[in-house]
Write a new protein. Structure first.
Length: 266
């Protein structure tokens, strides 16, 4: 595990090489032909919303449009897989922040979405996914030491990605031993490309690439939020969420290498 040579990073965009993603959300470009990657709402000015490319996010165009001293929030995170399964949030109080007081929010000098500490933010997929097999998420948690749930992925009726529950599990763990779906918790799960037990590992307060290869199909309809339970959404920053409805075991190491080449996480 520790002595394995990393797979070579592919040329071109990630999804041009590793095709077939069910959904792919990022603030960088993941596929040839992609234009806008996000729709942002600003707190001051008209029009209130506008689309932005990956380049416009990093070259200052987005922050300038939001305006000095103002905040910008994610209305829609566009799906780059080609399926048109965008993740959106119409309720302004539940939108992730991307610009704070006129400055682009970043992790590792790269743009990110920031969730509130009360766990109320979420983005809902246009179409619910019921056959999830492989998940790649670049994130940084801001909470792992309380009983508050903090789902990576959520749904309107099931809780397949339940995090550690107070009194039952390792509090602050990525996944619940008792309540997460067995095909999720018992799959091949990795943190920064190292095989890990997510039911006993505390959510990292440093940036991580979380990889989950399930043993069967799981369901999610949003990032993240637990059914109708308030305050159980993701707390922290997000940079990339890529989901396949196929087992990507054979491509896992190469996909992780490409992601790490861009984000320099580990």
């Amino acid at each position: 595990m520790f002595g394995t040579k990393p797979a070579a990073a592919p040329s071109g965009f990630l999804l041009d090489t590793y095709t077939g993603a069910a959904v792919a959300y990022s603030l960088r470009q993941l596929k040839t032909g992609v234009t806008a990657v996000v729709k942002v709402r600003r707190t001051v000015g008209s029009p209130a919303t506008a689309d932005f490319t990956a380049t416009e996010i990093t070259d200052g165009t987005l922050a300038a449009w939001v305006g000095a001293g103002n905040n910008g929030f994610v209305d829609t995170w566009y799906d780059q897989s080609g399926s048109g399964n965008h993740a959106s949030q119409a309720t302004t109080s539940k939108q992730y922040k991307i610009v704070s007081s006129g400055a682009l929010i970043t992790e590792g000098s790269l743009p990110c979405l920031e969730g509130a500490s009360d766990g109320t933010n979420s983005l809902t997929f246009t179409t619910r996914l019921t056959g999830i097999r492989s998940v790649f998420i670049v994130n940084k948690f801001t909470n792992n030491n309380t009983s508050a749930a903090c789902f990576l992925l959520g749904d309107n009726s099931v809780a397949h990605y339940t995090s550690g529950v107070s009194g039952v599990d390792t509090v602050g763990a990525y996944l619940s031993t008792s309540f997460s779906l067995d095909v999720v918790r018992n799959g091949s799960n990795y943190l920064n490309a190292v095989l890990s037990t997510l039911t006993t590992t505390l959510r990292s307060l440093s940036r991580r690439l979380v990889t989950m290869i399930h043993t069967g199909s799981a369901t999610a309809s949003r990032i993240s939020d637990d059914r109708s339970n308030a305050g159980r959404s993701y707390r922290g920053t997000l940079q990339e969420v890529i989901i396949y409805e196929t087992d990507k075991t054979s491509d896992r190491a190469a996909i992780e290498t490409e992601i790490n080449t861009h984000y320099a996480i580990y």
